[in-house]
Every structure is written in structure tokens, then in C-alpha cells.
Design a protein around this ligand. Structure first.
Ligand SMILES: Nc1ncnc2c1ncn2[C@@H]1O[C@H](COP(=O)(O)OP(=O)(O)OP(=O)(O)O)[C@@H](O)[C@H]1O
Ligand SMILES: [Mg+2]
Length: 334
């Protein structure tokens, strides 16, 4: 994504504060930068209260920002929203459907209201896997099916960009799986999907790229694979003489940390190099394992361990943005 036109969403310096009941100010979104490339699923990850919904609402013109700039599909928003809204599908709040009407009829009414052909209804029902239940009343749908019907209704206008705010909230594992599959398929079709979540595992499983926010600010972003450290990999090695091995590796420009009786080698690169360096000095490896960071470790570190805590609101000083995940250390074996 080297030019602006490659970005489905480009947010710069976005800020939104709310008045608190005591007449104070709560900064929900603070100098937020967010770039979403075109095509594929982009996870928008942050703990509860970190500003995900507020950001999405600003993108959709539902909340007015204090300052900053946003553009969606190359158009500045909210000013040009009328020109792009037809190319955007979004599910932000729990959608409202008529409980006694079938899923199909609900979508036909939505198509009518949007001036879209009813002929698309069965196509989108099929896309979300609801065709077989299309005749059933909405009230008989499970939560996962209700959520998929919401996704289907956004697909009626065949949008290039889809925005889903925590679409799997409140669903059981089967429902989560269904919605996740639906979203992944949309990304594979070449659409851009921005999907917010406070759940790591979810983003890890459905997103190609991710932005992690905390307290209204961007903490890091990149491809999921990159963030998981597939590139800058670490290795755990075990040799009889750890001290000598550590000295040798450090002399050769590698970063080494002790890990019990083993050694962790940061940004280890090609394992053959480590093997050769050590063997040349008569140090033979008893073990060499590549260590993978999982997104949860990255997330907890970046959000200062508040990943699972309830809303605390912003206001505490943030870690500098330069605190990249590459320099952090919790590890998990792959
Ligand atoms: N209408 C509002 N009035 C006042 N404060 C608000 C309002 N909406 C959100 N906030 C505050 O702004 C902050 C960010 O909220 P937001 O809903 O954007 O977070 P979120 O990341 O979507 O959280 P969650 O994961 O819980 O959905 C929170 O501190 C929240 O209390
Ligand atoms: Mg939210």
C-alpha cells in the first residue's frame, strides 16, 4: 500500500472526546491513524472501551469527530459520504428485522427500501448460508443466523467495503464459526472487510491484516503473519555449554536471552547459520526450536495487560509508539 488509492480506509489524526456527566472530558479516540488496504479482511482489534465503535461510527457519519481526516474508497468523509455510501455495507448496531416475517421477506423489504432488485435476495442468502432457512420467520433464527442475515442485508448492494463492529459478539462457538467463515469468504472474493473485535483468536483466524488500538490510539498494524513474528523469528536452542554458546552468538551479532537451561535467540534468521556458528566451535545443538509469538502475547503487551479488563477509559499515559512488538518478548512455541 504505497499510494493513497490503494487504501480502502485512510484515517489520520482522528480524535473524538465525549463529555462526561461530571462536566469533564473523555477522550474516546485520540490522534488515531488507521490504514486499511484494499481487498481482504482487516482486523480492528482493541480492548473494551478502546474506541473501536466510536471510530467506526465516525467513518459512517454517525458520530462527528473533533478533528482529523478520514477517507473511504478515496473520498473524504463525512463530506463525501453520500457519494460512497452505496459502495459500503455496515453492521454496527444489532440490526432490526421484523420477527414474524421470514428472512427472505425481511431482505426483500430491505431491497425495496434501498431501491435494489429483489432478485439479489436469494443470492445473498446463499452467500451467508441461509438459503435453506429463508422461509422461516426471523424470530426462529439463532443469534448466529440473525447476525448472518444482517451480513446478507449489507450484501444486497454488492458493496466493495464492508464494516462489521464485533459481529460475533454474543454468539456461541458454532455461531462464531459461521460468521467468521462468512467474513473470510467475503475477503476472498476481493472485497475489503473491516471487522472489529476484542478477541485475538478471532482476528488471528479471519484477518489478513490487523490494526491494534488501545485507549483510542494505534499501537501497531501490519499483516497478521508479520505481527506473529513469522519473519523476525526467535529460536530456542539447547547446548551443553550455554555460556560459551551465548558469547559466541552475541559476538556474531545475535541477541541472546537465557531461558532456563536453554537460550532464546532473537531474530535468529536462518537456523543453518546458528548451527554452523556453534558447530565450528565444537558446540553441538541438542535442541533447536523455532518459537512463535501469538497475537495474544503481542496484544496483552501492547495494551499493557488490559486486554481482558473492563472499560477503564483513556487518560493514562500511553507507551510510545516506537515500542514495537519486535522488541517485546513473550513467546509461545509453534
Ligand atoms: N455516547 C457516548 N458518550 C460518552 N462516552 C462514550 C460514548 N460512546 C462511547 N463513549 C466512551 O468512549 C470510549 C470508547 O468507547 P467505544 O464504544 O468506542 O469503545 P469500543 O472499543 O467499541 O469498546 P467495546 O469493545 O466495549 O465495544 C469509552 O470510554 C466509552 O465509555
Ligand atoms: Mg464497541
Amino acid at each position: 500500500m504505497d499510494t493513497l488509492t490503494d487504501l480502502a480506509i485512510d484515517i489520520r489524526g482522528l480524535r473524538k472526546s465525549y463529555r462526561t456527566l461530571r462536566g469533564g472530558q473523555r477522550i474516546a479516540v485520540d490522534s488515531l491513524d488507521l490504514q486499511v488496504p484494499q481487498g481482504g479482511v482487516h482486523g480492528f482489534l482493541g480492548p473494551n472501551g478502546s474506541g473501536k465503535t466510536t471510530t467506526i461510527k465516525m467513518l459512517l457519519g454517525l458520530v462527528r469527530p473533533d478533528r482529523g481526516s478520514m477517507s473511504v474508497l478515496g473520498h473524504p468523509v463525512p463530506d463525501r459520504l453520500p457519494q460512497v455510501i452505496a459502495r459500503i455495507g455496515a453492521v454496527v448496531e444489532r440490526p432490526r428485522f421484523f420477527p414474524n416475517f421470514s428472512g427472505r421477506l425481511n431482505l426483500e423489504l430491505a431491497a425495496d427500501a434501498g431501491g435494489l432488485p429483489r432478485a439479489r435476495v436469494d443470492r445473498v442468502l446463499d452467500q451467508v448460508g441461509l438459503l435453506a432457512r429463508a422461509k422461516d420467520p426471523y424470530r426462529t433464527y439463532s443469534l448466529g443466523m440473525q447476525q448472518r442475515l444482517a451480513v446478507a442485508s449489507t450484501l444486497l448492494k454488492d458493496p466493495e467495503l464492508l464494516i462489521f463492529d464485533e459481529p460475533t459478539n454474543g454468539l456461541d462457538p458454532a455461531g462464531i464459526h459461521e460468521v467468521r467463515e462468512t467474513i473470510r469468504n467475503l475477503g476472498r472474493e476481493g472485497r475489503t472487510v473491516l471487522v472489529s473485535s476484542h478477541l485475538l483468536s478471532e482476528v488471528e483466524q479471519m484477518a489478513d491484516t490487523v490494526s491494534i488500538i488501545g485507549k483510542g490510539r494505534l499501537l501497531t498494524s501490519g499483516s497478521v503473519v508479520e505481527l506473529l513474528g513469522a519473519r523476525a523469528s526467535r529460536m530456542r536452542i539447547r547446548v551443553d555449554d550455554s555460556t560459551r554458546a551465548a558469547q559466541l552468538l552475541v559476538q556474531n551479532g545475535l541477541q541472546v536471552v537465557p531461558d532456563g537451561t536453554a537460550l532464546l535467540v532473537e531474530s535468529a534468521g536462518d537456523p543453518a547459520r546458528i548451527t554452523r556458528l556453534l558447530a565450528d566451535e565444537g558446540l553441538y545443538l541438542r535442541e533447536l526450536v523455532s518459537v512463535r509469538r501469538d497475537l495474544e502475547a503481542v496484544y496483552l503487551e501492547l495494551t499493557d495487560g488490559e486486554g481482558l479488563s473492563p472499560d477503564q477509559g483513556p487518560g493514562i499515559e500511553l507507551p510510545p509508539l516506537s515500542r514495537t512488538i519486535a522488541s517485546r518478548t513473550t513467546a509461545k512455541e509453534s
